[in-house]
Ligand binder design. Structure first.
Ligand code: SF4
Length: 482
């Protein structure tokens, strides 16, 4: 099966170009506007019905912060309890180690076909590509992921991987790749995918999943899904491997009560996800499951994030995707423009943290800092504050073309703003220059000649000053009123 290229890091530099291209794609923007709008509306309605929503957010934030403070303790407890139940636990420092562990397990199991349920963590380490290079056949079984795999693309949203595709595009894709009749009917398209995937489940030798939460107290992990595919992935093949980021651990089973009220509502506007499967060890007397169950605990840059109190906040993310749906930047350009596994506001924060600010220096600037992401985040992550911190890190380094010009522009601006007389003089000078600025082509020429303005106007319109300042209008009004 064809498979998307997964080396995102090499493309992080191309963000401005990707964003420009996406802005010119009206079909993409239409699909995004519709889908993000519908999901966010559902989220809003689901949240309104929970009277104690803010209290739940606070509890989740506090729980996550306390867990991250002693993450080593909870991880070790998880490991001990998981092993006691027969689960084999592996630790991976980075993507290479995690890929090597999965490959070894697949080889030991003699696995040719592997079925996968939706997992952003496996996307993060480029697992499919790695396994396919070794000759394994990897089949995505989440409908959105299946579509993306057939298209040879990467997911463009954390929760809805094929959010950028219209029904017509999916119908045409199925027709082209599966040889079925072209259709725009979601029911027909789903039935086609279901029929094909059932065959894959039946022949798979190994299943792979991620996890939404790992529970230290019981050594279990929880997988949430709506299609039933993850359950088939985890129960039909003889061997199952779950790749879990170390930040997914929570102390107690009872803590799920908080997160299970927040996550489905924030992610899809559902009160409950259709399937909630708790895995507590391999098959045993009175317990269903695979014959062999493996958990890989992945670090891949997370412990470095832990060491800084501000960036640690980002590890509280429960991957609901709500911040993507309200972000005015994501809503215009979609996930592929970010060239990162994790797009949108949370992607702009964790990609530089996981891959380095030098590599991902454009992403912290892919935000209007409107704060909508912080307002919807169910665990109260202050994403704008994190973006500002990353921006200042980028500015401290040499990375960031046009950054020197922007710094100069801000210095000039701060000079002009540092006293009312100076500010007044600047405004007066600009107003005097207004007739010159309004001549055809004058503004773009000025922007070209004055480097700070050139950088500023590369993606913004340079507007001439108003005829009268706000203060003058205020004074006039006061004079009239008296
Ligand atoms: S940052 Fe918050 S809103 Fe965004 S995906 Fe994570 S939990 Fe959801």
């Amino acid at each position: 099966m064809s498979h998307p290229a997964q080396d995102h890091s090499a493309n992080l530099e191309s963000f401005p170009e990707n964003a420009r291209r996406a802005l010119n794609d009206s079909q993409l923007r239409g699909a995004l506007r519709h889908a993000t709008g519908v999901i966010d509306e559902r989220r809003g309605q689901a949240v309104e019905r929970v009277a104690c929503w803010q209290e739940l957010r606070e509890r989740a934030k506090t729980l996550k912060a306390a867990t991250l403070e002693r993450l080593d303790h909870w991880l070790e407890l998880f490991e001990r309890n998981a092993i006691a139940r027969g689960t084999q636990v592996h630790w991976a420092r980075d993507a290479a180690e995690a890929n090597a562990i999965v490959a070894r397990l697949a080889a030991d199991a003699g696995a040719r076909t592997l079925v996968k349920s939706k997992s952003m963590t496996t996307e993060e380490i480029g697992l499919n590509q790695h396994l396919e290079e070794l000759g394994h056949r990897v089949v995505e079984t989440d409908l959105g992921e299946y579509i993306i795999q057939l298209a040879g693309e990467t997911p463009s949203h954390i929760i809805v991987p094929a959010i950028h595709k219209t029904r017509a595009e999916i119908g045409e894709l199925f027709h082209r790749t599966l040889g079925v009749k072209d259709s725009k009917d979601p029911k027909e398209l789903t039935a086609i995918a279901r029929e094909r995937l059932r065959e894959e489940f039946a022949r798979a030798d190994m299943g792979i999943s991620g996890a939404n939460f790992a529970i230290a107290e019981t050594g279990s992990f929880l997988v949430l899904e709506n299609e039933g595919n993850a359950r088939l992935c985890t129960s039909l093949p003889r061997v199952h491997v779950a790749l879990i980021g170390i930040e997914k651990v929570i102390p107690r089973l009872a803590d799920l009560e908080v997160f299970l009220r927040l996550l489905p509502r924030s992610g899809t506007g559902q009160h409950l996800t259709s399937y909630q499967t708790l895995f507590s060890g391999p098959r045993a007397a009175g317990r269903e499951g695979p014959e062999e169950l493996h958990v890989i605990l992945l670090d891949n840059g997370r412990s470095a994030m832990l060491s800084d109190s501000l960036s640690r906040q980002a590890l509280a993310c429960i991957r609901c995707g709500a911040c993507l749906n309200v972000c005015p930047v994501y809503g215009q350009i979609g996930g592929h423009a970010y060239a990162s596994v994790y797009p949108g506001p949370i992607g702009s924060v964790i990609t530089p943290m996981l891959q380095g600010v030098e590599q991902a220096h454009h992403l912290p600037f892919a935000s209007s800092l409107c704060g909508a992401c912080r307002d919807v985040c169910p665990v109260g992550i202050d994403l704008p504050a994190l973006l500002l911190k990353l921006r200042s890190k980028v500015r401290q380094g040499s990375a960031g073309s046009g950054d020197r010009e922007q710094r100069r522009a801000f210095r000039l601006w701060s000079l002009a703003m540092s006293g009312p007389r100076r500010y007044g003089l600047l405004l007066r000078a600009l107003r005097l220059a207004r007739p010159l600025l309004e001549r055809p082509g004058a503004r773009s020429r000025l922007a070209r000649w004055v480097p700070p303005l050139a950088a500023w106007t590369a993606a913004r319109e340079f507007r001439p000053p108003a005829g009268r300042s706000f203060r003058e209008l205020w004074r006039d009004q006061e004079a009239k009123d008296s």
